[in-house]
Design a protein around this ligand. Structure first.
Ligand code: PLP
Length: 393
């Protein structure tokens, strides 16, 4: 039986992201150090491990489904976080849903708001899963290029992308893949044009707590005038180092959240209960653990930037947040055709995993995305290998 003709149009339109593909290629090569996937190196903090172990031992409910929108005490804790950090007074009963990572919250938003013929504006370079999810919803992604000199948000480019078919704008801030922290005035202009054109804003705050140099990242979720058009997406993965636990949450006004919960129910039923217990322990436990993690990530940002600066021809813009930097290796004329080929060469010849910049859109072409989520030894080893490789070209 020929499979291709029997597959859905939906699945034929999407692909597995290069972020997942490169580690698979590297696994076959062996001996690679990773600057690839965005995984903070920190292990699950002790107080979180203890809370989950205790709950699994003592609470018969800990291994069972939770309420479909999430454990009430976690929704209350999340509402307190939103009020404290973004001035967003969330009703934990009606406006908050705990999801399987921020990813499932994004998918619920996309499948709820977007259908065939709808356009969704994505600043570009983009986080590839945003685009795959738009395609999965059978919508059309429309790119709004970031300013190439510093990867800043260009509200004029976003405005120029608006058409009568625009349904939503997706904002990831601090930004993956560039690590850019954008000016509040540019983000406010995007909010204004969303309100003027009545388009939704899917505000992906996955990296909201990871801004450096004493700055804090402005969140569109903090604007009361935007709330009727807002879906806020938040994650425990990065700031609380819980990538593998798969827990995040969404905020939307009750009528919209109720629609998103239909997708959540059909896709996941609920977020894993042990992961929700871990998330609750992260929010209610000692916060100095997380401040220390952020400080370490900032040091790693400094380290990788100084190492890249010492490599001849490795152009990059110093990131102000998240844990990514886009680097543009200056290669001899005709050395590589595209960033995918470059990333595969780096795996085979330098034994370093990077993500091809072209996977993040045309503006990323010629670059590789480097993650500095790994520890200092890993970053140094990878940079030693990159230096030796580029010296041998
Ligand atoms: C911009 C962005 N949004 C969402 C996610 C998904 O995160 P989660 O682990 O919470 O599903 C990621 C993960 O890397 C991300 O970079």
């Amino acid at each position: 039986m020929e499979l291709e003709s029997r597959l859905s149009r939906r699945v034929k339109r999407i692909k597995i992201s290069a972020t997942k593909e490169m580690p698979m290629i590297a696994a076959a090569v062996g001996g690679c150090v990773s600057l690839g996937q965005g995984i903070p190196s920190f292990k699950t903090p002790e107080h979180v491990v203890d809370a989950v172990a205790r709950a699994l031992r003592d609470d018969p409910g800990a291994g069972k489904y939770s309420l479909q929108p999430g454990m009430p005490e976690l929704r209350r804790a999340v509402a307190e976080l939103l009020a404290a950090e973004k001035g967003l007074r969330a009703d934990p009963e009606r406006e908050v849903a705990i999801t399987v990572g921020g990813m499932e919250a994004l998918l619920c938003a996309m499948l709820t708001l977007v259908g065939p013929g709808d356009e969704v504006i994505v600043p570009e370079p983009f986080y590839p899963s945003h685009v795959e999810q738009i395609l999965m919803a059978e919508g059309t992604p429309v790119f709004a290029p970031l300013r190439r000199a510093d990867w800043s948000l260009d509200p004029d480019a976003v405005e120029a992308a608006v058409t009568p078919r625009t349904k939503a704008i997706v904002i990831s801030h601090p930004h993956n893949p560039t690590g850019a922290v954008w000016a509040e005035r540019d983000l406010r202009r995007v909010a204004e044009l969303a309100i003027r054109n009545k388009v939704f804003v899917i505000c992906d705050d996955t990296y909201d707590a990871l801004a450096y140099d004493g700055a804090s990242a402005f969140s569109l979720a903090s604007l009361p005038e935007l709330r009727h058009l807002l879906v806020g997406v938040f994650s425990f993965s990065k700031r609380f180092a819980l990538t593998g636990w798969r827990v995040g949450f969404a905020w939307a006004r009750e009528p919209l959240l109720n629609q998103m919960l239909k997708i959540h129910d059909a896709a996941a039923i609920c977020a894993p209960t042990p992961a929700q217990i871990a998330a609750l322990a992260s929010l209610t436990g000692p916060q100095d653990t997380y401040a220390a993690m952020r400080a370490q990530l900032e040091q790693r940002r400094d380290l990788i930037c100084s190492r890249l600066s010492a490599m001849p021809g490795m152009a990059h813009v110093r990131p102000g947040g998240a844990f990514y930097v886009m680097a543009r290796p200056g290669l001899p004329q005709g050395a590589v055709a595209d960033s995918r080929e470059l990333a595969i060469r780096l795996i085979r010849e330098a034994r370093v995993i990077t993500i091809p910049g072209g996977a993040f859109g045309p503006g990323g072409e010629g670059h590789v995305r480097l993650s500095f989520g790994g520890d200092e030894a890993e970053i140094n080893e990878a940079c030693d290998r990159l230096s030796a490789w580029s010296a041998g070209l």
